[in-house]
Unconditional design. Sequence first.
Length: 114
Amino acid sequence: QVQLVESGGGLVQAGGPLRLSCAASGSIFSISFMGWYRQAPGKQRELVAAITRGGNTNYADFVKGRFTISRDNAKNTMYLQMNSLKPEDTAVYYCRLEYMGNYWGQGTQVTVSS
């Protein structure tokens, strides 16, 4: 069973940075597709950024140039560096692992004040 634990969320002022981490248990991390998603109140969950096992990345248009996704396979950990945060980035952020099924973390709250 794969378990994902997000951390690093919190309250930050607009324009500030935060770095989220997603630690995974199990031995499949290095061969898995990983992604960060977010869900704001009253809205559907949406993809923020994704990274393949080979390190190729993909970003939603609304975070391009501000967020960077990365992974450290030796530490079974994925990161999301978020810069120039905006109030509209406020949401619960989830990490997802895909390998012969989908696994989700419990989410971490990010709140950006104006």
